[in-house]
Design a protein around this ligand. Structure first.
Ligand SMILES: *Cc1c(COP(=O)(O)O)cnc(C)c1O
Length: 417
């Protein structure tokens, strides 16, 4: 005999079965997605090879200054680790005359040496011939050089701005939006320039959020960082400080107890980093994030949607879930900009929308970042999202759920007087 409780249970079981079906494709693919935690053994073996070649040991590896000093930036050194064929090697020699590239030994160790050409790490770090052949895009599609009201400052929003403190990075991302700043060598901003930037902030009391970026802001010395943070703390209208850095991904050794004790003294600090591949979420990256969190820093991720690296719904879902496991909250996915030399990374906007469509509802809301297109000319970050509001009436709207169920929703307000 059926009673109401049984009917309800039966309904719920049917629904649960449906939901189980809708994650089936992901569960089939998931075990084959490479992550930093799954590849620990391979990465360890790579690390041993690199250390042996450089005649160094564990202590050197864990020292960020050593890592920076021993960045790999010559084709002949890369050839020691990757089986570059003659054509690839010759190309790289030529490309090295045009473009600067450098990889920290740590980041190099995340590459699948034998199958390097498909490695999302290799693709982000080592130039390919497409960079040289690219005739599309511009050097500065966001017109950053037109939005500098003071040295080192980019201002595009009413209440917040960027200070660019260096052009140095632990690894020069091939997809970098500020490739024009790579230059010939590493250059930090001078103290005089930063003082002028700070004066601009001091004089404009609507600025409540200051983003310190570069290059990689955490490549400044501890002393310089402490000075900038203290100066910002002395400006009453600056409510929050943000730091833009990829070191948790490319040089986690930079996150030292000394750095953390500085960051701890200057709350509130938000750090946005850039993990683009689940392969980058390693035990070392986790350790760096754990230390930052202990210092009271709030962590977010700004991924870039990159062809051949993360332009896949399953990979992007795995990336965002791996990030939540190490307490990094997915914040943005950027559509790759039209920067000259990066065309081979650019996807269709549909690709991004489709990925977003497969995140919302299918996984934790916490794992769903906002997909962003940067408007040309520096007019700001513009969110792109699948359409969930289908039509709009005076008293009723039509919505579409994450599973594509279309339904009416009342848009009345009630006056109970
Ligand atoms: C991205 C950016 C910001 C920060 O934008 P949010 O959407 O607040 O994260 C601020 N200033 C400039 C110039 C930027 O490019």
């Amino acid at each position: 005999m059926h009673n109401l409780a049984e009917d309800r249970r039966e309904f719920a079981l049917k629904r649960a079965y449906e939901l189980k079906q809708s994650i089936h494709d992901y569960l089939e693919k998931e075990p084959f997605i490479e992550t930093g935690f799954r590849m620990v053994k391979r990465n360890e073996a790579n690390k041993e090879k690199i250390l042996k070649y450089l005649g160094a040991g564990e202590e050197d590896w864990n020292n960020w200054i050593w890592q920076m000093k021993h960045r790999i930036c010559q084709p002949e050194v890369l050839k020691e680790f990757l089986p570059l064929d003659e054509k690839r090697y010759a190309e790289l020699v030529e490309l090295s005359k045009h473009f600067r590239w450098a990889i920290s030994p740590y980041y190099l160790s995340l590459i699948d040496f034998e199958h390097y050409e498909n490695s999302p790490i290799y693709k982000q770090a080592v130039p390919v011939i497409e960079e040289l052949l690219d005739r599309n895009g511009s050097d500065d599609p966001m017109g950053e050089s037109y939005t500098n009201p003071a040295p080192r400052i980019t201002r595009r929003y009413p209440d917040r701005l960027i200070i660019n403190v260096t052009n140095q990075c632990a690894m020069y991302c091939r997809h970098c939006q500020r490739r024009r700043n790579f230059g010939e060598k590493d250059e930090h901003a001078t103290k005089k320039q930063i003082k002028e930037a700070l004066n601009y902030i001091r004089k404009n009391r609507e600025i409540r959020d200051v983003l310190i970026t570069g290059g990689d802001a955490l490549l400044l010395s501890d002393v310089m960082l402490e000075w900038i943070l203290s100066e910002l703390d002395s400006i009453p209208h600056v409510e929050i400080k943000r730091i833009g850095t990829r070191v948790p991904v490319t040089l986690p050794q930079r996150i030292t107890p000394e750095l953390c004790s500085i960051l701890e003294k200057h709350p509130p600090i938000y750090i946005n980093t850039q993990f683009n591949s689940p392969l980058e979420v390693t035990p070392e990256a986790k350790k760096a994030c754990d230390m930052l969190i202990k210092a009271g820093v709030v962590l977010g991720n700004q991924a870039v949607l990159l062809r051949g690296i993360n332009d896949d719904e399953h990979v992007m879902k795995k990336l965002n879930q791996e990030l939540l496991k190490i307490r990094v909250r997915p914040y943005y996915i950027f559509h790759a900009k039209q920067v000259r030399g990066t065309s081979h990374f650019i996807t269709k906007v549909e690709t991004g929308i489709k990925i977003m469509e497969k995140l919302r509802g299918y996984t934790s809301g916490l794992a769903v970042p906002t997909y962003i297109i940067n408007a040309p000319g520096g007019y700001g970050k513009t969110p792109m999202l699948p359409e969930y509001l289908i039509s709009w009436g005076e008293e009723e709207i039509t919505i579409r759920t994450w599973e594509n169920r279309v339904m009416k929703y009342s848009n009345k307000i009630y006056d109970l007087e």
